[in-house]
Write a protein that binds this ligand. Structure first.
Ligand code: GLU
Length: 496
């Protein structure tokens, strides 16, 4: 089999050199799980920190796992998160294409090169596809490892289906280095002759990642630690080709609890799920950054980081070997921080859809409700249950009027409402300060604490013990007519 060596030479010449180059290489599964998002973030940070290049590569060689629209989810997530790529399927680049199925011929040629070099072999044995992909196949001594060139050619000529396998040395050990996990040595006899090219002509991930990372000039291979056990086989492939091994950066897993990795299949939230649950992208990214990396030195105590700040301070030395446990309470804390830090009009914009889920009355100003919420919510999905009373007065018990701290009793509430209702009915102005001033002025005139008046008014206006905003703010949002109607209903409840 004569190989066109010029092809390989040209491919080598195309490889960009001299700068840090990292790649995020997701398979299009249709969602971005938290561990994957973190890998994308760390990969981006390593490139940006070094002023290098960040590449997006789509790993779609497992055709049985194709999901409609899945690549869009990847683009959308990366764009939303601000993880911009310099090279990729949509923007092109010097080592295109960046979608693995479009690189099919390349893998075939490199597999043949390996066969030629004696590090891979054609295997004609009958095995099922799933055995090939999972690596579960218990090979035993493979008769195809030692077929004569003539026998191989005869089978190929006869059109016999085949896979190409890596010829792993049967003796000795392989040692590789990982930036996080250090040196790892394995006995070669524990490694299987993994499939490189499948029967359908497409490469396995195990082969494609090595060929692509080399041809794309990747300097740091950042990925989940589930790939650590395969890394010796990748190292053997690099050695077989005579290529430099990139820096491996394997990231410890993100766990649901001490025993279990987070997984979409077991109901753990993906990035999209977290967004649907009311978390902000910035908060998710900030939290995820700290799952497996910690700032050190002067900034050791800092928790809140923008993406730009992270790019400045991120370093491999701060990455941890230990699995990180995903703690939703901690994420709530970050989310509350980011919600509070928003400009009020920006917060109103993100909160409005949640307010409008329950407050459909167009006379009610959603931005004004948003202003009450900003300091009082941890996530956007809490909003509807906090503000539903603006749309409709809920059923409530008159016990709510009784409150020790405000020294409010049923009788004091009756007294208060009997005075407040005519006063508000007669008022010519309806802004929050004016309402507040009238209510506290009344308290002053009566020689009682403000709460004696404000408590029953708020209860009657909202029908709830806990509300965002105080009496005057709620009355203002409801408008005069509706406020008076509700206060009268409250009084009626108390007197019947
Ligand atoms: N396609 C692999 C995955 O989604 C990528 C692993 C790697 O980054 O090398 O898990």
């Amino acid at each position: 089999m004569g190989l066109d060596m010029k092809y390989f030479q040209e491919m080598e010449e195309k490889i960009p050199k001299g700068k840090v180059r990292t790649r995020f290489a997701p398979s299009p599964t249709g969602y971005m799980h938290v561990g994957n998002l973190r890998t994308a973030l760390y990969t981006w940070l390593i490139a940006r920190h070094a002023g290098g290049t960040f590449i997006l590569r789509i790993e779609d060689t497992d055709q049985t796992r194709q999901v409609e629209g899945a690549t869009e989810v990847i683009y959308r997530t990366m764009a939303e998160c601000g993880l911009d790529h310099d090279e990729g399927p949509d923007v092109g680049g010097p080592v295109a294409p960046y979608i693995q199925t479009e690189r099919r011929d390349t893998y075939g040629k490199y597999a043949q090169l390996l066969v030629e070099k004696g590090h891979a072999y054609y295997c004609f044995c009958e095995k099922t596809e799933s055995e090939e992909d999972s690596g579960d196949f218990n090979r035993g001594p493979d008769p195809c490892r030692s077929l004569s060139p003539e026998a191989i050619q005869a089978k190929l000529d006869a059109g016999a289906p085949y896979v190409i396998r890596q010829k792993i040395p049967q003796e000795g050990t392989t040692t590789f280095h990982d930036a996080i996990f250090g040196d790892i040595t394995v006995e070669n006899k524990t490694l299987d002759d993994q499939v490189l090219i499948k029967r359908d002509g497409l490469p396995t991930y195990n082969f494609a990642n090595v060929v692509d990372d080399h041809l794309m000039g990747i300097t740091h291979v950042v990925r989940g630690s589930e790939y650590l056990s395969s890394a010796p086989k990748y190292d053997l492939l690099y050695q077989a080709f005579g290529w430099d091994v990139p820096t491996y950066v394997h990231c410890s897993p993100v766990m649901r609890d001490a025993q279990n990795k987070m997984s979409k299949r077991h109901g753990d939230p993906s990035y999209e799920d977290l967004k649907d649950q009311g978390y902000l992208t910035q908060a998710i990214l900030n939290y995820v950054a700290l799952l497996g990396w910690s700032p050190r030195g002067e900034i050791a105590e800092q928790e809140i980081f923008t993406l730009e700040e992270l790019a400045k301070v991120f370093d491999l030395a701060g990455m941890s070997k230990s699995p990180a446990i995903f703690d939703i309470e901690k994420l709530n804390h970050f989310n509350a921080h980011y919600l509070r830090a928003m400009e009020p009009d920006q917060f109103a914009k993100v909160a409005e859809p949640y307010i409008r889920q329950v407050v459909t009355n167009p006379d009610i100003d959603a931005a004004e409700i948003a202003a009450l919420l900003q300091a009082r919510c941890e996530k956007l999905t809490e909003i509807p249950e906090k503000v539903d009373f603006f749309q409709e007065l809920p059923e409530y018990d008159k016990d709510l009027f009784v409150n020790k701290k405000s020294k409010s009793t049923e009788a004091s509430s009756i007294d208060a409402l009997e005075l407040v209702i005519p006063m508000l009915e007669l008022s010519t102005s309806w802004n929050t300060e004016y309402i507040h001033g009238s209510l506290t002025g009344l308290a002053e005139g009566l020689g009682v604490k403000n709460a004696r008046i404000l408590w029953p008014v708020r209860i009657a206006a909202a029908g709830k013990a806990v509300t965002p905003g105080g009496a005057a703010e709620i009355c203002h949002i409801l408008g005069k007519e509706e406020t008076v109607r509700r206060l009268k209903l409250g009084l009626e409840k108390l007197t019947h």
